[in-house]
Design a protein around this ligand. Structure first.
Ligand SMILES: [Zn+2]
Length: 255
């Protein structure tokens, strides 16, 4: 089966599995620190011809505005053929960076599952033949201020191979306690702050993935925090690690 994974922007990953398509954290809004919505995605959002038109499954790890936009998602679902959408259900306590707006259009509501599972449990379901979605709760990084953010780690399994998308999960070992048993871990996707942290490296040593993919790196002209430099430095620093390292820095970059 043909499998293709490519970067949209931030933690947006576009996956093609045979005839099916999956988008992770790929429809987001204007935000101050990371990359802005990309033109090709916005075309699809508003129903114009685009490589991102009619994606089957849209999955979101959390509702922070650099990962998710309720307004654009609403538009996307109205203008495209979508099978199912997974967005985390908001908690009673929310974070100021979360997009809290409800989806408006009726078509949206029918296709959207606002998912919730408590810490320590995981939910698994088959998306298409030989492709499974698993999600489990994880603590968002950044300490106290972000603790209440409903954040999930996503695992996609394609023909026995596992791919973990950590998004903004904290590097605490507790977040990956149950992932340690996972064999056939083809890749773990983490952000630059996870990769640069000694605790993060500890988690990676335990998980033993074939490849570590660093994503959520702003594009060159949008890199206000100097994350690209940090990533370049850390790749050199950890070059002797047993896993392969890929940094997703450019639009449409393939893994
Ligand atoms: Zn976040």
């Amino acid at each position: 089966m043909k499998v293709k994974m490519e970067l949209v922007a931030n933690s947006g990953i576009f996956i093609t599995v045979g005839d099916s398509t999956i988008l992770l954290d790929g429809i987001f809004g204007e935000n101050s620190f990371f990359s802005q919505p990309v033109g090709e995605m916005q075309k699809a959002v508003f129903g114009m011809a685009s490589k991102y038109k009619d994606i089957d499954y849209l999955v979101f790890t959390h509702r922070h505005i650099d990962h998710f936009s309720s307004m654009y998602l609403d538009e996307y679902i109205s203008n495209n053929e979508v099978k199912k959408v997974y967005i985390p259900r908001l908690g009673q306590i929310t974070n100021s960076l979360e997009d809290k707006r409800a989806l408006l259009s009726l078509t949206s509501i029918k296709k959207v599952e606002e998912y919730y599972i408590p810490f320590g449990e995981c939910h698994k379901e088959e998306l298409t033949q030989n492709c499974t979605l698993t999600y489990f709760r994880s603590v968002h990084m950044g300490g106290r201020e972000y603790q209440d953010t409903r954040h999930y780690t996503i695992m996609i399994t394609i023909e026995e191979k596992n791919y973990i998308f950590a998004a903004d999960a904290d590097y605490m070992m507790k977040n990956f306690q149950d992932s340690k048993e996972i064999s056939n871990l083809a890749a773990v996707f983490i952000n630059p702050l996870f990769f640069t942290n000694a605790k993060g490296q500890n988690v990676l040593d335990h998980l033993k993935p074939e490849t570590v993919v660093i994503y959520h790196i702003p594009f060159q002209d949008e890199d206000k925090m100097g994350l690209r430099k940090l990533v370049a430095r850390d790749i050199l620093k950890y070059r002797d690690k047993p896993y392969k390292i890929i940094a997703l820095t450019e639009k449409d970059q393939l893994i």
